[in-house]
Design a protein around this ligand. Structure first.
Ligand code: GUN
Ligand code: ZN
Length: 448
């Protein structure tokens, strides 16, 4: 007998669904976007078991399955994916006045020292993951700190929620406070033992995490490439070409290499599942190299704006002649919002500043399946389909009085989506399901 308490019960929801197949940037929106005005999504044992028009699916559900009905102003989507975020920086979002290197020294490196204390790390991880769920983000790809205990704390909290997540210990052996540095061998050994402990355990995936080329010596860069390549299936994350001063500094530190991306290429840190934050100032040759190697760029528009770093050119990166994998990311705490809707708002504005347009159809693809594709996870997360992991969110399309008012004049789906990405935020997230379980439900809102 199916019932709500049993772990193997079917959870079924009914309403309008938006999802994607294929690659919306390469194949076009018309052939990749799927909208069902009245669909059922059924979930069991963490996976989606049924999806399709309600009239077809209803009869296929196990006898006695209760179907939760959503309203005409709600939209069911795959959970958002944030492919570059620093959970230890939750406590410094909105730190005033500096650009990248001064911001790191003045705020970030001070806050990160507190993560030597595992209890502090666990407390922050809890807040961080709860905020992700409130914002509809079901998969964060997170930086921890140099302390292995900051990684244990993070994966323990994520495991308690059964979230799919990717994370790793930062490695730094220079140009940072002593309390935040490791050594080439120490960083290698700690990373290796964290991989053994966490990679592939439940829904956790490990990410080898050299912070960025300026904080690693050539010896550490060598060992970083080695530990990643010796452990197939792991991820690698770092930062590249975020700030013009930073790019010049890397040239001084690595004068014999071709440029910033080459510091990673030289030490065998490019390839599938390598994800680099920002990439604003990458040259055409460097973008070509990302394309050839299958390396992804994390587009972090709220952070790029906040630190005055510049505007990543998404359209150029996706040029069909040599498309680069690009995922969407908050980059908190330099990023200013957990909300991927607000991140899309800034993605649109960055595109405008580059003289380009980003359609709402492309934007919602980017925040879901597009980022899954950048992470080589599109067979698991980022879209709604039978066999996919059951990370699903429900948006309220009239989440504030002014959005409700604006929606009265809305003509079609594209406009409705564009209004959401321009005006909405975490308040639009009605429900968040993780592995088929309802983990967040927005409290009743009372607007007079
Ligand atoms: N570059 C190196 N570390 C960081 C970081 O923590 N945040 C951002 N935005 N850029 C970085
Ligand atoms: Zn970052």
């Amino acid at each position: 007998m199916e019932n709500e308490q049993s772990p193997s019960a079917t959870t079924a929801i009914r309403g309008a669904v938006l999802t994607y197949m294929g690659d919306a940037f390469l194949d076009g929106i018309d052939s990749t976007m799927r909208y069902e005005s009245d669909a059922i999504v059924a979930m069991k044992d963490g996976k989606i078991t049924h999806f399709g028009p309600a009239k077809d699916v209803q009869a296929q559900l196990p006898a006695g399955t209760q179907v939760k009905q959503y309203g005409k102003d709600q939209l069911i989507l795959a959970g958002f994916i944030d492919c570059h975020v620093h959970y230890p920086q939750t406590q410094i979002i909105g730190a005033y006045g500096e650009q990248l290197i001064d911001w790191l020294n003045k705020y970030t490196f001070v806050a990160e020292q507190q993560f030597a204390d595992k209890q502090h790390a666990s407390d922050v991880a809890k807040v961080f993951l709860k905020e992700c769920l409130r914002a509809g983000t079901t998969t964060p790809m997170a930086y921890c700190t140099v302390h292995p205990q900051s990684v244990d704390a993070y994966f323990e909290e994520a495991s308690a929620l059964n979230m799919r997540t990717i994370a790793g210990k930062i490695m730094m052996d220079r140009n940072a406070p002593d309390a935040l540095t490791d050594t080439p061998k120490g960083g290698y050994d700690e990373t290796k033992s964290l991989i053994d402990k966490w990679h592939g355990k439940g829904r956790n995936l490990y990410c080898v995490t050299p912070r960025f080329a300026p904080t690693s010596s050539p010896e550490q860069m060598e060992m970083t490439g080695a530990v990643c390549n010796e452990n197939p299936g792991t991820y690698l994350q770092s930062h590249v070409s975020e700030n013009r001063g930073e790019v010049a500094w890397v040239k001084e530190l690595y004068p014999d290499l071709k440029g910033y991306l080459d510091t990673y290429d030289h030490f065998k840190q490019l390839g599938p599942r390598a994800v680099y934050g920002h990439g604003i100032w990458l040259s055409e040759e460097e973008l070509q190299r990302c394309h050839e190697t299958g390396t992804a760029i994390a587009h972090c528009p709220t952070s790029n704006m906040f630190l005055g770093s510049g505007h990543f050119n998404l359209k150029n990166a996706k040029d069909p002649k040599r498309p680069v994998r690009v995922g969407l990311a908050t980059d908190l705490g330099a990023g200013t919002s957990f909300s991927m809707l607000q991140t899309l708002n800034e993605t649109y504005k960055a595109a405008q500043l580059n003289g380009n347009k980003l359609s709402a159809g492309e934007a919602f693809y980017l925040a879901t399946r597009g980022t899954a594709q950048a992470l080589y996870l599109e067979d698991k997360i980022g879209s709604i389909g039978v066999g996919m992991e059951a990370d699903v969110i429900v948006l309220d399309l009239k989440s504030t009085p002014i959005i409700e008012y604006r929606m009265r004049y809305c003509q079609d789906l594209e406009e409705a989506l564009f209004i959401q990405m321009t005006m909405a935020d975490d308040r639009a997230v009605q429900d968040t399901y993780v592995a088929g379980k309802l983990l967040y439900s927005r409290p009743q809102q009372n607007y007079a």
